[in-house]
Design a protein. Structure first.
Length: 135
C-alpha cells in the first residue's frame, strides 16, 4: 500500500522563480510605458517662451494609449492564469485595474476642463487705473 507523504518533496513543488521574475519584468516595462505616455502628454504643452502659457494637449489620445496598455495587461493576465503563473496573473490584473482607474480619472478631468466656462474679460483692460491693477 502506497501512502502519500504529508510534506511534498522538492520534486513535487513547482518552481515559482520564473513566474515572479516574469511578473516583475512585465511590471517594470509597463510602468516605463505608462511613464512615457504621461511624459509625452506633459511635454505636449511645454514651451520655452516666457510669455507663453502652459496648455497641454487634450488627454483623450493619451487615454487611448493607456487603454491599449491595459488591454495588453488583461491579455497577459488571462494567458498567465491559464498557464498557472499566479504571480504574473495577479500583477497583470493589478496593472489592468490601475489603467482603468487612470482612464476614468483622466476622462473625468478632461470632461470637466472641456465643459468649464472660458475666463471672463479682465477688469484691468477696461479700467487700467484701478487700485488692484498692477501698472
Amino acid at each position: 500500500m502506497d501512502t502519500p507523504s504529508p510534506r511534498p518533496g522538492p520534486e513535487q513543488c513547482p518552481d515559482r522563480a520564473p513566474d515572479i521574475v516574469g511578473a516583475f519584468a512585465l511590471l517594470v516595462l509597463e510602468l516605463l510605458a505608462l511613464g512615457v505616455i504621461v511624459a509625452l502628454w506633459w511635454m505636449s504643452g511645454w514651451t520655452f517662451d516666457p510669455a507663453g502659457s502652459y496648455a497641454p494637449d487634450p488627454v483623450w489620445g493619451y487615454l487611448v494609449a493607456i487603454g491599449v496598455l491595459g488591454a495588453l495587461a488583461l491579455g497577459s493576465a488571462w494567458r498567465a492564469s491559464s498557464r498557472g503563473a499566479g504571480a504574473t496573473a495577479w500583477v497583470q490584473g493589478l496593472v489592468f485595474v490601475t489603467s482603468l482607474v487612470l482612464i476614468v480619472a483622466g476622462a473625468l478631468v478632461q470632461h470637466r476642463q472641456d465643459n468649464s466656462p472660458p475666463p471672463g474679460p479682465s477688469p484691468c483692460r477696461d479700467t487700467p487705473a484701478a487700485p488692484w491693477c498692477n501698472g
